[in-house]
Ligand binder design. Sequence first.
Ligand SMILES: Nc1ncnc2c1ncn2[C@@H]1O[C@H](COP(=O)(O)OP(=O)(O)OP(=O)(O)O)[C@@H](O)[C@H]1O
Length: 423
Amino acid sequence: MASNPLVTLHRVAKTFGHFHALRDVSLVIEPGELVCLVGPSGCGKSTLLRIIAGLTAATHGEVRYRGERLRGVNPHTAIVFQTFALFPWLTVLENVEVALAARRVEKARREARAQELVDLVGLSGFESAYPRELSGGMRQKVGFARALAVEPELLCLDEPFSALDVLSAEALRGELLELWLARSMPTQAILMVTHNIEEAVELADRIVVMAKDPGRVLAEIAVPLRHPRSRKDTAFQALVDRVYAAVTGRTGSESEVQGPAPGTGGALRRLPAAHLDALGGLVEKIAAENGRADLPRLAQLVGPDFTALAPLLEAAERLGLARVETGDIILTPLGHEYAEASIPVRKEIIAGRLLRVPLIRWIYEILQQDDNQRVDRDYFLERLLPEFGEEADSQLDVAIGWGRFADLFAYDQDSHELYLEAG
Ligand SMILES: Nc1ncnc2c1ncn2[C@@H]1O[C@H](COP(=O)(O)OP(=O)(O)OP(=O)(O)O)[C@@H](O)[C@H]1O
């Protein structure tokens, strides 16, 4: 690897008044690297990005860019935000030209260069459209084109796909990766904030896991997989497990926690009969108690019936949002992230977790393999009977409820079929 890093942070801290947003963060970004930052909401990911871009000054520590102390805005970086921040009164082409004007590119060259960038991100034909006429994915492409207009050496992306629907996010992710791997842009490194662990493993060369209170680096995990990466590969899954283990503070391996898959001979772990809608409320209550709640007290808060709480606690543990320890329940960093996330982000977090649960993954894969992506409930039931006996029906109901919550699959009450919604 090159010996001349682009970015070197040494023991960086950032305080806002008495609040420690970042403490003792050291990080190096080398040319050629795509680095992802993951961690719970509020752990300082955006602050770190802003410090590297020179938009915010560190309170302590050293920030160097190509070996030089960074002072003021870093002219070699550009940031793409989650929300697109386009000028609504300008066309696609004009939105990109603005960035070129800011870089003092001559007027005569601006239009041609803007056109090249619009073509590069796949928006040819939409030059004169206004942002309101575009889909979210297309607007974000304009955001990318505008960032690339700056010809940044370091492209900083702050959750660039999280405001998009699943399919647009997937398409745009693929396009970004293609541009990056083909070196079609002058960018030398990418630093991306994401809450989506699968996305991080798909894109990154290295994943930096952060924790909060105070914001700090918990672990750095290298991703030595070749592109294109398949989410189904064992090595891919193993890395996802490692990152989840770091964010959920787990010591046991994911397969120890989740048990074997149906039909593999081992005893299948049953799912706790919890409604995941109720999980949000539980996690919020624990977060309101600073992330650690006394179980008897929590039981009182939730209601008189502890039997209703038990499956919820088990679900929170199985999904890596919390762990039970000596009469307390403690949120993991992922649990903290969940507590503060919007509903779509919550669904995405749960979808990522559910694909680690063998019973759900098994259902999901059978549906994916089916030509119509629709399979009769009885097909699953028959195969679950030997595993769960008379509990098979209710286990399938729980699995369907969980899959529906995360939009992984749905259930047609009339035809009694499970199906994949996205097709
Ligand atoms: N200008 C500011 N003044 C005061 N506090 C701030 C300021 N900017 C950020 N913070 C606080 O610093 C902490 C870290 O914020 P930051 O936005 O970097 O976190 P994050 O990990 O990016 O979170 P998210 O995933 O929700 O975007 C938060 O608690 C936030 O409230």
